[in-house]
Every structure is written in C-alpha cells, then in structure tokens.
Design a protein around this ligand. Structure first.
Ligand SMILES: Nc1nc2c(ncn2[C@@H]2O[C@H](COP(=O)(O)OP(=O)(O)OP(=O)(O)O)[C@@H](O)[C@H]2O)c(=O)[nH]1
Length: 343
C-alpha cells in the first residue's frame, strides 16, 4: 500500500474565493497536519498574510509557504519543486499539502510537475479543485464575446486566441476533479443555473459541481478525492497544450500603490469604486492604515464588488504601510489610476 502524501491543487480565477476556501479547510481540518503553498500574481503577497493572520490552530506559520516569483505554472522547476522537497524533508512531513495557484495560473503544468521523480515517489495529486466565481460566470464574464474577439483580432494580427479570461476559465475547469460554484449567497436560482450552464458549456470531462458560499465545503469532500491526477493528464484538456503549455501572462498586468494613512475607509472607497469601473480593474487587494485604529484594514475588490474588514492588530515595530495590489488586463493606465486614488 502506497503511503504517498496527498496534495490538493486549488485553482480558479482572480478573486473566485480560493483563499476563502482554504481558510475554511484549515479551520476545519481537525488537527490534520496540512502544509499550504500559496502562489500569487503580483509581487506583493496578500493571501499568505491573510491566512497567517487567522492564526489557525494546527496550522502554524511555518506550514504556510509563499511563492511570489511569478506564476507557479511557469516557475515549477525553480520554485515549486525545491519548496516541495523542503516540505518533504522536514523531520515531520505534512500529512496533506494544499497548493493555491495564482488566479492566472494553468493547473495542468503544475499537476504534470508531480511526475518529477523526486516528487512522484512521495506525493500524489489527490485532486484538483477549481473555484468559480458564480456571479461572474453567470454574467458571462468568462465567456467569449464573439464581437470583442473579432475586434481584438482585427486590431492585432498576432492575437489568434480567445479572450484571456475565457481561456483561463476553460483550462481551469477542464483540469478539475471538483468544481466549486462559489458565492452562492450572491446568486438566485436563475443566476445559479446560468453559472452552471456556463461551466457545462466548456466542461469536457466529468467533474462534480458543488455550490458553496465562501468556499465552505466539508474537508471530508475536498480532501481524499483520490484522483491520482498526475497519472490522468490526458483527460484534462488545455488550450495551451499546442503552445507547449506556455501561456501569456502578458495578457494581464499588476502593480502596487503605496497609500498614506486614511482618515476613514470611505475616503478611499469613494475614489476606488469609480476607478475600478472606469479602468475595468479585475482585482484589488491589500492592507490599509486607518487613523486611530489599532487594527490593520484588509481591502478586497473583485470587479466592482469591494469588501473591507479589520483583520488583526498592527504588530509592535511593524511599519503601518498601506499598500494595494491592482490587477487588470494589459494596458492598465497606471498613472491615471494612481492619480485617481491619490489621497
Ligand atoms: N459574497 C461572497 N464573497 C466571497 C465568497 N467567497 C469569497 N468572497 C470574497 O471575495 C473576495 C476574494 O476572495 P478570495 O478568497 O481572496 O479569492 P481568491 O480566489 O483567493 O483571490 P486571488 O488569490 O486574488 O485570486 C474576498 O473579498 C472574499 O471575502 C462568497 O462565497 N460570497
């Protein structure tokens, strides 16, 4: 009987709810020793910081490893494999490994990396979980708009692919064993059906679709799928196969903005909401320093939906720097976004 350590790959577009799902998983892991590898797009790590701030029992900070040097699917050899080896060579190796890929990553090259000899003998991919932003799928955010694609192609002869959002969506769900239709709390029956239809239209393999809010899925369902995905790559079609799995991060870009102390969250929100709309910003996230508050403010924006909450007290000696990561399709007008958000 093999005693390979199971690993779960969590994929899904920017802001779909991957970190929320993992937080919920860790909180309900009932003492199971889970190591978490987090990869983010953009040079500033926010997700890892948020999970660490939860101080989840049984998940000490040293079990959370952040890979911030690029998209995990393109840096497997440099980043991911050495990290895995360090985890596996610990005196007490993890009982389960969870990998949160960046919202722009292709899961398949990562799954393929589990066939590397040093990893293959000790770990198996128990399952690939794709988290889908239900309301965004229902609104057709990941569907190709034929007119827009034609216009893009007309404007640039080199562009021979579908919209980058649609391609990622298709690759992510078609690598999955379990698809989490997240943000159910924001969907009525019609929206849920539209989201499921959007998934089924592109899904080319059998995968269970499970609705959830904030990724709250019983760990007994998430873990222990037993897929052995590294042995089953052929049933996981990818757009990027023909391109040697290369994919174009140049379709997206990210930058960060340093922000001074706020008098109140509203001071920023009033400027942020119209700026997100005007520049079609896909994702904003980060930490802010609010005058008179001992706690750090987390700000999370997915499209035009923005949330904020205080997560933990600033620590003694910690610089109370406000910083937001901004992600969008290539061509973001950084200067005018910075000007619009200047305080
Ligand atoms: N209403 C609602 N909000 C959600 C749900 N799941 C996540 N969110 C919110 O959506 C935002 C993004 O959630 P994350 O869990 O950080 O998403 P992510 O996929 O990890 O994001 P990236 O790592 O940036 O790609 C946060 O503000 C969450 O609170 C949900 O089921 N319902």
């Amino acid at each position: 009987m093999s005693t390979k350590i199971p690993a779960t790959v969590v994929t899904g577009f920017l802001g779909a709810g991957k970190t929320s799902l993992i937080q919920n998983l860790l909180k309900n892991a009932k003492g199971r020793r889970i190591a978490l590898i987090i990869n983010e797009f953009g040079e500033t790590g926010v997700d890892g910081e948020i999970v660490k701030a939860c101080k989840i029992e049984g998940c000490p900070e040293e079990n959370i490893v952040e890979l911030a040097n690029g998209c995990i699917c393109c840096t497997v050899a440099d980043d991911f494999l050495p990290t895995m080896q360090i985890l596996l060579n610990r005196p007490q190796p993890p009982e389960h490994i969870v990998i949160e890929t960046s919202g722009l990553a292709l899961p398949k090259p990562l799954v393929r990396a589990f066939n590397w000899p040093e990893v293959r003998t000790r770990v198996t991919v128990d399952g690939v979980v794709a988290v889908v932003d239900g309301p965004a799928a229902a609104a057709g955010r990941f569907a190709d708009n034929p007119d827009a694609v034609d216009q893009q192609r007309a404007a640039d002869d080199n562009l021979d692919h579908d919209s980058p959002l649609a391609e990622l969506f298709e690759d992510q769900i078609n690598c999955a064993d379990l698809i989490v239709l997240n943000k159910s709390d924001l969907m009525d029956d019609t929206a849920r059906q539209a989201a499921e239809a959007a998934i089924n239209k592109e899904l080319q393999r059998r995968a269970k679709i499970l609705p959830a809010s904030f990724g709250a899925i019983d760990p007994a369902i998430l873990l222990g799928i037993g897929a052995g995905a590294e042995d089953d790559l052929d049933s996981r079609p990818s757009h990027h196969e023909l391109e040697g799995e290369d994919h174009d991060h140049d379709d997206f870009e990210s930058f960060h903005l340093d922000l001074p102390q706020l008098t109140s969250p509203d001071q920023l929100l009033q400027k942020l909401l119209p700026t997100i709309e005007r520049h079609d910003i896909l994702r904003v996230k980060g930490f802010l320093n609010v005058a008179g508050k001992e706690m750090r403010l987390v700000l999370q924006g997915v499209g035009s939906r923005v949330q904020h909450y205080y997560d933990r007290a600033w620590e003694a000696g910690e610089a109370r720097n406000g910083r937001l990561v901004v992600i969008g399709l290539k061509g973001l007008d950084r200067d005018s976004i910075a000007r619009a958000l200047a305080l």
